[in-house]
Design a protein around this ligand. Structure first.
Ligand SMILES: Cc1cc2nc3c(=O)[nH]c(=O)nc-3n(C[C@H](O)[C@H](O)[C@H](O)COP(=O)(O)O)c2cc1C
Length: 349
């Protein structure tokens, strides 16, 4: 069930990335500086590649907003790829411009190249790279920023933090860990946590397997490129029941909890505690010291194709996860309190 619905489009080196969002109540203040700042946060982080120096993402709003407020109609967001000026012919929609420039045929291990080329019957792996690339997460962050603006009206706020890079678990060592792998022409992943506060009790449900908000959140975070594990609350592995479950107590006449190991969800429903989700990002698959691979055209062994790449993108990945969690929360809020205007939504909550 989708109330906050959207589609995105756009290739990594295409003209632009676009999103059309439906379901945002009328009267929501759209702070474009806030959206742009979220885009900037996604682009930052120690270990990002040179492309981030070329691209300085900003959003254009081309529908659904008038004089700073949503109209209740679909909101269309556009982010122009500044690098497109160097790729106009290579990414042209016209058959007259067909070129082999930037084509490649050596699979990159850890990317969609091999499976994608078989699935979509493509010889030029560029046709797979362009949409499977994490570049699309820029427009996803813009959509998430709009969802965050809606959540903010209701007092719900989210943040994220990197908790591990490679083997380093303390922030003082993160840069050093990235520098070390960079020197070796290698890459590194890590772990981050996303926390949302002030969530109402009762988002999601246990009535069907696909209504649990834990499952919805897990899908949203797991499908971020390079995310390989998602945890809600603390990892319970090896803990006894008495160590893991969050006891109740009455404090000043209110029902309270003594801990939040469950991360704010019990039985597929938010329980009013902070929502806590962590995820592990694998090491970036494109490396200066390339892995062994195969050339799909010659059938020979070869070294994996290298294209300008990040060494570490865990900080950015955390920002993408914040955005995706915001989509899910906005959707669940609209499902529960559904309203045509922000005023109506506030009254219902
Ligand atoms: C913010 C972000 C930036 C990324 N940057 C790169 C990159 O520069 N080079 C690269 O090879 N992979 C990068 N990735 C990871 C790949 O997109 C991802 O591993 C690949 O699409 C395969 O998907 P999978 O790992 O989920 O199977 C990035 C991922 C994210 C979330």
């Amino acid at each position: 069930m989708e109330k906050f619905r959207f589609l995105t489009s756009g290739e990594s080196h295409g003209k632009c990335l676009t999103a059309i969002i439906e379901g945002i109540p009328a009267g929501l203040d759209i702070d474009i500086d806030f959206i742009n700042n979220e885009l900037k946060r996604r682009q930052q982080g120690y270990g990002r590649g040179d492309r981030m120096k070329i691209e300085s993402d900003t959003v254009e709003i081309v529908s659904g907003v008038r004089f700073g407020k949503t109209l209740g109609s679909p909101v269309t967001l556009v982010i122009r790829n500044r690098d497109f000026e160097n790729w106009q012919k290579i990414m042209s929609a016209s058959p007259d411009d067909k070129t082999d420039d930037k084509s490649f045929s050596i699979y990159r291990p850890g990317h969609a190249d091999y499976a994608g080329s078989i699935k979509y019957n493509q010889k030029d792996l560029r046709n797979i790279l362009e949409r499977s690339s994490a570049r699309k997460t820029a427009i996803e962050v813009a959509v998430g920023a709009v969802a965050k603006l809606l959540l903010k009206v209701l007092g719900i706020t989210g943040t994220s933090e990197v908790t591990q890079i490679g083997t380093a678990c303390c922030p003082d060592k993160f840069h050093q860990e990235i520098d070390l792998v960079k020197e070796k022409g290698d890459s590194v992943g890590g772990k981050f946590v996303v926390v949302y506060k002030n969530i109402p009790v009762g988002l999601g449900s246990y009535v069907h397997w696909d209504r649990g908000i834990d499952g919805r959140l897990a899908q949203a975070v797991m499908s971020i490129p390079a995310v390989k594990t998602v945890e809600i609350g603390d990892n319970p592995l090896g803990l006894c029941g008495s160590q893991y479950h969050d006891e109740f107590e009455i404090k000043d006449g209110e029902v309270c909890r003594k801990s939040n190991h469950a991360g704010g969800i019990e039985g597929g429903i938010t329980n009013g505690q902070d929502l806590v989700i962590s995820a592990v990002m694998k090491p970036i698959p494109t490396m200066i010291s390339p892995l062994n691979s195969v050339d799909s055209q010659t059938g020979e062994n070869a070294q994996a194709h290298y294209e300008r790449s990040d060494v570490c993108a865990v900080e950015s990945c955390a920002v993408v996860a914040e955005a995706r969690v915001a989509w899910i929360l906005a959707n669940e809020i609209l499902l529960k309190y559904g309203a045509d205007s922000v005023e109506e939504l506030k009254n219902r909550i």
